[in-house]
Write a protein that binds this ligand. Structure first.
Ligand SMILES: CC[C@H](O)CC(=O)C(=O)O
Ligand SMILES: [Mn+2]
Length: 341
């Protein structure tokens, strides 16, 4: 396997997939998956609560296992892969970042809403001080026009980020929109550009390819689509498609396929599909991680989860507003009518 990779894939199942199983990863899950990913020569493996370091809470859902234990366990079985963590300033602090670095994390993705990059400065400075590879991760990128995205990305670059990601958190972006955003970042920044997609409109692969064609050299995938909503770009399929395009990821396709089928499928527990709820996430531009919260609220108030999701989209809720999902559900139930479609 050649050492030079054209595109670097970050495998996010052990972090984004946390949303899909209500943050119930065990050390055994993480060890099995991380070891196999490392053997498949995946360069980066992200491990954290789904909402990033310190996400374990009433608001976001409690983790079964302390994420620091999971981070350490992943690092202990990786020979070449680097363990990455996600950090949302305000949820995680520099203290958790330092602890994650101590436990073996080598990369951090400092994630903010697409218009709030200024809150990432302190965490990016600290990550650099800790010697970590540092990524600025601009979430809900569909909500900002290109000029705004560029402005925010430049802020993160000015704080010292090595890489900037366009993050399609809702799986709402269309390929021409991904192209426009990645192209603008390539034209205006000097750092590497990345893309993180969700498959709610069945466009994660197309969007990832569009990003790569425009010059992204960092992309995310989750094995077996093990991520929030309908999941992310399916890593093992992405490896195959990029290989067909002559783009070297350095990752062993057979190893990835075996991992997906034999290890990850049983952990996920159900096939990852574009369900009607997932489709609504992409259609209306709602955070993929809101899916299970909305389903739970729908059950509680005996209403259609699509009505909740549509209303969340209309109100343009962003990460951190999970508590409002129940409020919206209560309002819909009280009104006794379906929210207008
Ligand atoms: C809430 C954090 C979120 O899951 C990060 C991410 O993967 C995304 O925005 O897509
Ligand atoms: Mn995601």
């Amino acid at each position: 396997m050649s050492a030079k990779r054209d595109v670097y894939i970050t495998e996010v199942a052990l972090r984004d997939g946390s949303h899909a199983i209500r943050h119930q990863f065990t050390v055994d899950h993480v060890v099995q998956v991380a070891r196999a990913l490392d053997e498949a020569n995946v360069p980066y493996i992200e491990v954290s609560h789904g909402d990033g370091l310190a996400g374990s809470s009433l608001q976001y859902g409690f983790s079964l296992t302390d994420e620091m234990e999971l981070i350490e366990a992943a690092g202990s079985v990786c020979r070449q892969a680097k363990v990455s963590v996600l950090l949302l300033p305000g949820i995680g602090t520099v203290n958790e970042l330092k602890e994650a670095a101590k436990r073996g994390a080598k990369m951090v993705r400092v994630a903010t809403h697409v218009t709030e990059a200024d809150v990432s400065a302190q965490h990016i400075y600290m990550a650099k001080e800790l010697g970590m590879e540092t990524v600025g991760f601009l979430m809900m990128a569909h909500m900002a026009p290109v000029e705004k995205l560029v402005e925010q990305a430049k802020l993160m670059e000015s704080y010292g980020a090595d890489i900037i990601y366009v993050t399609d958190s809702a799986g709402a972006m269309l390929p021409h929109q991904v192209r426009g955003k990645i192209r603008a970042l390539k034209e205006n920044l000097d750092v590497e550009i990345g893309f993180h997609g969700h498959n709610n409109l069945s466009l994660a692969m197309a969007n990832t390819l569009a990003a790569i064609e425009e010059g992204a050299t960092r992309v995310d995938g989750s094995v077996r689509c093990f991520g929030a909503g309908a999941g992310n770009t399916q890593t093992e399929v992405l490896v195959a498609v990029l290989d067909r395009l002559g783009i070297n990821t350095g990752i062993d396709m057979y190893n990835m396929m075996d991992l997906a089928e034999e290890t990850v499928a049983p952990i996920l527990g159900h096939p990852q599909e574009i369900t009607r709820d997932a489709m609504i996430l992409g259609y209306t531009g709602v955070y993929s991680s809101f899916l299970l919260h909305a389903k739970q609220a729908a059950e509680k108030f005996q209403i259609d989860s699509r009505d909740i999701l549509l209303e969340l989209g209309k109100r343009k809720l962003v990460g951190g507003q999970e508590d409002m999902i129940v409020d919206v559900a209560a309002e819909i139930a009280k009104a006794g009518t379906k929210a207008a479609r």
